[in-house]
Design a protein around this ligand. Structure first.
Ligand SMILES: Cc1cc2nc3c(=O)[nH]c(=O)nc-3n(C[C@H](O)[C@H](O)[C@H](O)COP(=O)(O)O)c2cc1C
Length: 372
């Protein structure tokens, strides 16, 4: 395996420099956004997060984990926010450490919508319509049955859009190179896209144009706040997670991408990018800008270390950058390991989420440490 990977790495484009708008990236490997529940209870990133991200600064780009633009948008306990001065100051310490270690960072902005609970956020969750999620949720008081969210009023929608713009300004003030608007994985923006959750009959629902409107208006507001060259967008077409059921992806996503193209965000980030399915080629054709592809490997593929090969294949099919998630959790120096064909650390899935200490977070060794 190691020999094959060394031979492969020698000619791989994964390790060639790239441009992302005004930014120069030393390689094409992106650390995908990864929720790790290690912020303080008030959403402030602390020293543990500073150490974790600085360890991973050799990624071409880090997209830091889902971070809430307001209190009601919090999904799970110990998720960071970027709507208070203390949270923004905490993120500045993270960004300073990453830059000092030679890295670059975007911050993912995520509103959970109906994926949230009053025991965690202190608020009744908001969603496009009053449709509860299908499964119990991790909350500050343990696993709890979901609650029925409140359908957003026009005022809720407008003020949430303003919160995203404000969070983006805070992120730039904290020193991030840009922000990623999270319109994937069954969270608020994706809930607006999904016909089984968005049952609205006003201008924010119904037709394809109605259902894409919230994502488009969030991206527009964020791009106006910080400049489109500092804004990326993440989507996961057709992925049935957090109770989203999308049966109209072939109709909806081309319309969404056409509307987003006019706003000129610096990248589109596609989850579950599979070069063997027609959807990927269609997305590549529909998106004129930088495309980040996240292959989303099976557990077996992660264990068999298939990330680099899948990434290379996606580059040859038109992707510009490759995002990997679990590989970066287990390997702070993933880029170096893939480049040299070195063995990868074994992932410890039990410490990925909903636990709070350094175990499984900052204690995965880098090569030099592992050898020592
Ligand atoms: C522990 C964990 C946390 C995640 N948190 C986020 C997140 O905050 N935002 C997001 O868009 N995706 C999140 N994802 C999805 C990852 O960004 C990525 O799409 C996924 O892990 C597939 O990539 P991989 O096969 O390289 O791991 C998470 C995945 C994992 C395993």
């Amino acid at each position: 395996m190691t020999q094959t990977r060394q031979a492969f790495a020698a000619g791989s484009r994964l390790f060639s420099p790239a441009r992302l708008g005004p930014l120069g990236l030393p390689n094409r490997l992106v650390m995908a956004p990864l929720t790790r529940n290690r912020a303080a209870a008030d959403g402030v990133p602390g020293e543990l997060m500073v150490a974790y991200y600085a360890q991973r600064a050799s990624a071409g780009l880090i997209i830091a984990e889902a971070t809430t633009p307001n209190a009601v948008g919090q999904t799970y306990p110990r998720i960071p926010g970027i709507h208070t001065p203390a949270q923004t100051a905490g993120w500045r310490r993270v960004g300073d450490a990453v830059r000092a270690a030679g890295g670059r960072m975007f911050l993912q902005l995520q509103h959970g919508g109906r994926i949230g609970h009053p025991d965690t956020s202190g608020h009744l969750p908001l969603a496009p319509s009053a449709v509860p999620p299908p499964e119990p949720l991790h909350t500050a008081t343990g696993l709890q049955e979901p609650v029925t969210p409140r359908a957003m009023t026009e005022w809720d929608i407008r003020s949430t859009i303003a919160d995203f713009a404000n969070a983006a300004r805070n992120a730039i003030a904290a020193g991030f190179e840009g922000v990623e608007v999270h319109s994937a994985n069954g969270l608020l923006l994706h809930q607006f896209l999904a016909p089984n959750i968005n049952l609205r009959t006003d201008a924010w629902g119904g037709s394809t144009e109605g259902r894409i409107r919230f994502t488009v208006e969030v991206v527009r507001a964020v791009a106006e706040a910080v400049g489109p060259e500092r804004v990326g967008v993440r989507i996961s077409p057709g992925v049935e997670v957090n109770g989203v059921v999308e049966r109209d992806t072939e109709e909806l996503y081309p319309v969404l991408l056409a509307a987003l193209t006019e706003l000129k965000p610096v990248y589109l980030h596609v989850e579950y990018a599979d070069p063997d399915r027609p959807g990927f080629a269609a997305l590549r054709k529909a998106w004129p800008g930088t495309l980040i592809a996240n292959p989303r490997l099976s557990r077996e593929e992660v264990a068999a270390d298939a990330g680099a090969a899948r990434g290379e294949r996606l580059l040859s099919e038109g992707a510009d950058l490759i995002a990997l998630g679990r590989g970066f959790i287990a390997n702070p120096d993933l880029v170096e390991r893939l480049r040299t064909g070195a063995r990868l650390n074994e992932l410890r899935p039990e410490s990925m989420m909903h636990v709070h200490g350094p175990e499984g977070y900052t204690d995965y060794p880098a090569l030099a440490t592992a050898v020592a």
